[in-house]
Design a binder for this molecule. Structure first.
Ligand code: ZN
Length: 316
C-alpha cells in the first residue's frame, strides 16, 4: 500500500470515529466515575483541581464559561457547588444532560453548619465578594429544586454505585449510539465498587475500635454504612475555626473512647488537628475525601483503599 492510500485510509477511519463527548465534573471522584464509564468515548474535565477543597474553592468565571460547553455535567448538589447554578443558567439546556448526584438519594441531615458557607480562604480570597452578588439570582432560580444535607455521598461505595447508574444514563442519553459500550463499562465498574464494598465490610469487622474523630463530616455516609461512629468533628463547616470549648470536647471524646488517631485531610490545614492530637497525646493521620494525586491514589478505588488502610491502622 502506497503512502497516499495509507493516509486516505487513516483519515477515513478518523472521520468515521465519532467525536468524543465533552463531560464536565465538579470534583475529582465524579470525574473518575465519568472516565471509568465513558472510557475512550468521553473527554472529561474536572473543575476543582487536586489539592483544593470543594468547600472553599470556586472555579474562576473563565473555567465555568468553558465548562458550559459540556454535553454532560455531573455535580454532587446538596449545596456543595453553589456556583453550579451559574454554569447551568449560562447555557441552553438543549443537548445537555445534567447529573445532580445527590438528587433522590437518602441524604443525612446535619446541623446547619454544614451548608458550606464558603468562608474566605487562602484558596480564593476574592470569590466570596463576587459570590454574594451572583448567588442571589442563582439561588432564586434554583430554590424549588434545592436539596440539602451532608453532600459526601461519594465516600460510600454503595451510594457511589447509584451515582454511576445516573452518570451512565446521562452518557447514553446524549450518545445513544454507544449505549452498549457505556452499559458494558458500567457493569464492570459496578462490579469493582461491589468488590470494594465487600472488602471494607470484611475488614471493618476485625477492628477493635469503631469510634473516630475527623476533620470535617466527610465520612458520615461511610461510617453509617460500615457501623463506625463519628464521635468528634473538628470543623463542622470547613473554613470556620472551632471554639476552644469545642476543641476541649473533642479532646475529652478522644480520651473517653480510647481513640489513638485524629484524622486530618490533605485539602485543609492540619494545624487544628495537630493541636488537638498533641493535647490528647495521640497522632495525626491523613484521610483523603477527594484523591486524584499520590500518595492518596490517582483514582477513586485507590483512594478508598488508601483510606481503608489508614482507618485500619488507627482502629484495628
Ligand atoms: Zn467535605
Amino acid at each position: 500500500m502506497g503512502w497516499l492510500a495509507g493516509t486516505l485510509l487513516l483519515s477515513a477511519a478518523l472521520a468515521d470515529s465519532p467525536p468524543k463527548i465533552p463531560v464536565v465534573a465538579s470534583i475529582i471522584p465524579l470525574g473518575d466515575f465519568c472516565r471509568q464509564l465513558g472510557g475512550d468515548a468521553v473527554e472529561v474535565q474536572v473543575l476543582i483541581p487536586p489539592g483544593a477543597s470543594p468547600h472553599v474553592f470556586e472555579p474562576p468565571p473563565s473555567v465555568i464559561a468553558k465548562a458550559a460547553q459540556a454535553r454532560v455535567f455531573v455535580y454532587i448538589g446538596a449545596g456543595l457547588e453553589p456556583w453550579a447554578a451559574k454554569l447551568l443558567s449560562s447555557r441552553n439546556p438543549e443537548g445537555l444532560a445534567v447529573v445532580e448526584a445527590a438528587q433522590g438519594l437518602p441524604l443525612i441531615q446535619e446541623v446547619a453548619g454544614h451548608h458550606h458557607p464558603h468562608e474566605a480562604n487562602a484558596a480564593d480570597s476574592r470569590a466570596p465578594h463576587q459570590r454574594s452578588a451572583e448567588s442571589r439570582s442563582g439561588a432564586a432560580s434554583k430554590s424549588e429544586t434545592h436539596i440539602s444535607g451532608n453532600p459526601h455521598i461519594w465516600l460510600d461505595p454503595v451510594l457511589a454505585q447509584e451515582i454511576c447508574l445516573k452518570i451512565a444514563a446521562a452518557l447514553i442519553q446524549v450518545d445513544p449510539e454507544r449505549r452498549q459500550t457505556y452499559e458494558a463499562n458500567l457493569k464492570n465498574y459496578l462490579k469493582e465498587l461491589a468488590r470494594l464494598h465487600q472488602e471494607i465490610l470484611k475488614r471493618v469487622t476485625t477492628w477493635s475500635l469503631k469510634d473516630y474523630v475527623c476533620f470535617h463530616p466527610a465520612y458520615t455516609y461511610f461510617a453509617k454504612r460500615y457501623g463506625l461512629r463519628e464521635v468528634g468533628v473538628i470543623e463542622v463547616a470547613p473554613g470556620r475555626e472551632p471554639t476552644p470549648r469545642h476543641l476541649h470536647k473533642i479532646v475529652e471524646a478522644i480520651r473517653h473512647y480510647g481513640i489513638r488517631v485524629v484524622f486530618a485531610e490533605p485539602q485543609l490545614s492540619p494545624r487544628v488537628a495537630e493541636v488537638i492530637a498533641q493535647e490528647a497525646g495521640v497522632k495525626v493521620l491523613m484521610l483523603d475525601p477527594i484523591g486524584g494525586r499520590p500518595p492518596y491514589g490517582e483514582n477513586y478505588l485507590q483512594m478508598m483503599r488508601y483510606n481503608l488502610n489508614t482507618l485500619e491502622e488507627a482502629m484495628k
